[in-house]
Design a protein around this ligand. Structure first.
Ligand SMILES: [Zn+2]
Length: 595
């Protein structure tokens, strides 16, 4: 693994902006001194994910995830620490010492690069045929007839694979590319030893790019009688269908601008939407939408619109997705097209305004689902109503948000003319389980004693290092009651004594994970102290901590005196009496300095 010096890591951290980096993944809004958004690490409806630019940390109050800019990148991209450092160094122009990767790492990286280059070569070949060769004529005609403009062909790098067994094969061989690698990518198909043939023949080719713009796979649409109609690259080490959306790279800035994303199923649907100016669109690639897709999209927007075919199959396809959306806490709309229309054909016929109206008026997928249930089951009959209720409840149970769940319970009760309590009872068991989970997250009861004063002292220390000096002068850390707050304060003391300053990353590095989390929670608590009042607050806290400590010491001493009396038959040892007197002096002093 690569190793960087502490200085280099600090330099990269200092040059980076955590808000800027996280904004690539989370829609952040300013909230007081912090930024707030929906956590990318757990599914939630109300934002509990906080980022602090000044302290360069993030924290999620929902799932407890948190850390600095490196830990964010590591977690969100599943990469190692050195990779996160490298990514940020590249982004913020910090030069790193030369790569000294292990031989196996270098080999793996070189292999991936070679695979990408083969895809790139193949794409160039397909594109050249479509745009410049006579053999491309049938595909050019086909695309023109489907209303695809030249500009779109360029922008999406469309191509054509001729109807031959060795077109791409010859092209790659001439350029010295590894044919077995091309076969691994699904571009060639092996036939016996050391021999291959083209996988894509007689097809319009759609290169599929990842967010970095590199080609990970291809989709091919047969233009003749080829079977199947659509052929896609198989999953490979570069390509995972459940994580890639066609057109996302081209659409991502438009998703943010319009705060909306349209999800379609086909390549041509996507190109047509894009061409019609609805550039905030992406397509799934012949596979169902996955939770990973949704998490990827919600980095840009939460407002999702499903645009499927206007037939029974299209409606079924969108309804099948409802549980997935509900579990992710998302409420997509659905666009209903006239029977027999698909998005591509409908727009090609020039119904853009009609289409936009249908987007605006589209119902929530959940409402669409409830409407359809009522149509399928005759709600006039008792049996029909029971069936309808059970199917709807099975769906409503998946809604993670308590308030929204209750809203739909009431809506369902109204539709079916049933008592809402009856419906609640019917899913009572499931709901009870969930409620217990939610209260379980409040923290152990043993932590319930009031540690607000100690917490405030810690918060003041994080806000300005000069308070650390004051706190050390007062020697108040020794009197803390909470062991975890004491450990945190001691870690800050240690760094401060060593550095004369309080770089948070160093404090964090010296703490175990649960204490790091506790410290982040304290920092993110929105308590705004009035200007100039900190001194007074610190004094009050110190006073309170001392009083509580005195109380603890007194009750402790009383206990010891009682025990001694029992043992000696009424006599109190000299040492304990002296302690008692010392305590009384402490108390008198405290009273004097107190309010
Ligand atoms: Zn979270």
């Amino acid at each position: 693994m690569r190793f960087f010096s502490e200085e280099k890591v600090s330099e990269v951290r200092d040059r980076s902006s955590i808000v800027e980096v996280i904004s690539d993944y989370v829609n952040l809004k300013k909230a007081g001194r912090n930024f707030r958004g929906l956590c990318p690490f757990h599914s939630e409806k109300t934002p509990s994910f906080m980022v602090n630019e000044e302290k360069q940390i993030f924290h999620c109050f929902g799932c407890g995830a948190g850390g600095d800019v490196f830990s964010f990148l590591m977690k969100v991209n599943q990469i190692s620490f050195p990779e996160a450092v490298e990514e940020l160094a590249r982004r913020y122009g910090v030069s790193l010492p030369l790569q000294t990767a292990s031989p196996s790492q270098t080999k793996e990286a070189a292999r991936r690069e070679a695979l990408f280059q083969i895809n790139e070569l193949a794409s160039n070949y397909f594109q050249e045929i479509l745009t410049r060769r006579r053999e491309g004529e049938p595909a050019r005609q086909y695309l023109a007839q489907r209303g695809i403009r030249e500009q779109t062909i360029d922008e999406f790098h469309l191509g054509y694979a001729v109807d031959r067994w060795d077109g791409l094969l010859q092209y790659l061989r001439k350029r010295g590319a590894s044919l077995s690698m091309a076969s691994e990518l699904g571009l060639l198909i092996p036939k016996g030893k050391e021999s291959w043939f083209d996988a894509f023949r007689g097809r319009v080719m759609f290169p599929i790019r990842n967010l970095q713009g590199r080609i990970v796979g291809f989709g091919g649409r047969a233009i003749g009688t080829g079977h199947p109609k659509y052929l896609n690259s198989p999953d490979s080490s570069l390509y995972h269908k459940g994580e890639i959306l066609y057109g996302l790279r081209e659409a991502k800035t438009f998703l943010r601008q319009s705060d909306q994303v349209m999800i379609v199923e086909g390549y041509f649907d996507l190109l047509m939407l894009h061409q019609s100016g609805l550039r905030q669109s992406v397509a799934t690639l012949g596979t169902a939408l996955t939770a990973r897709h949704l998490r990827l999209l919600r980095r840009y927007t939460e407002r999702m619109v499903l645009v499927f075919d206007g037939d029974a199959a299209g409606q079924q396809a969108s309804l099948r997705l409802l549980p997935l959306f509900l579990e992710e806490g998302l409420w997509p709309k659905v666009v209903l097209l006239p029977e027999g229309e698909d998005p591509d054909g409908f727009l090609r016929k020039g119904h853009l305004e009609d289409f936009k109206r249908r987007i605006a008026e589209g119902p929530l997928l959940m409402d669409f689902f409830l409407d359809r249930l009522a149509k399928i089951h005759p709600v006039k009959s008792v049996e029909g109503r029971a069936k309808c209720a059970d199917e709807a409840l099975a769906m409503i149970q998946r809604i993670p948000d308590v308030i929204q769940r209750d809203f739909y319970l009431k809506a369902l009760a109204e539709r079916l003319e049933l008592e809402v309590s009856l419906l609640r009872n019917r899913i009572g068991r499931g709901l009870k389980g969930r409620l217990r989970m939610e209260t379980g997250a409040q923290g152990p009861l043993s932590q319930r004693y009031d540690s607000r004063a100690e917490e405030t002292v810690v918060r003041l220390m994080t806000q300005d290092p000069r308070w650390v000096g004051r706190v050390l002068e007062e020697r108040i850390i020794d009197e803390f009651e909470s062991p975890s707050l004491q450990q945190i304060a001691r870690a800050m003391e240690e760094v401060y004594r060593r550095r004369g300053d309080l770089p948070l990353s160093e404090v964090m590095a010296g703490l175990e994970e649960t204490l790091q989390e506790k410290l982040r929670r304290i920092i993110f608590k929105e308590v705004v102290f009035e200007e100039g009042i900190e001194e007074k607050i610190l004094e009050d806290c110190v006073q309170k901590i001392r009083e509580r400590r005195l109380k603890r010491d007194k009750s402790e001493l009383r206990k010891r005196i009682r025990e001694a009396e029992k043992e000696t038959g009424g006599e109190v040892p000299e040492a304990l009496l002296a302690e008692h007197q010392a305590l009384a002096r402490r108390e008198a002093l405290l009273r004097k300095s107190g309010p």
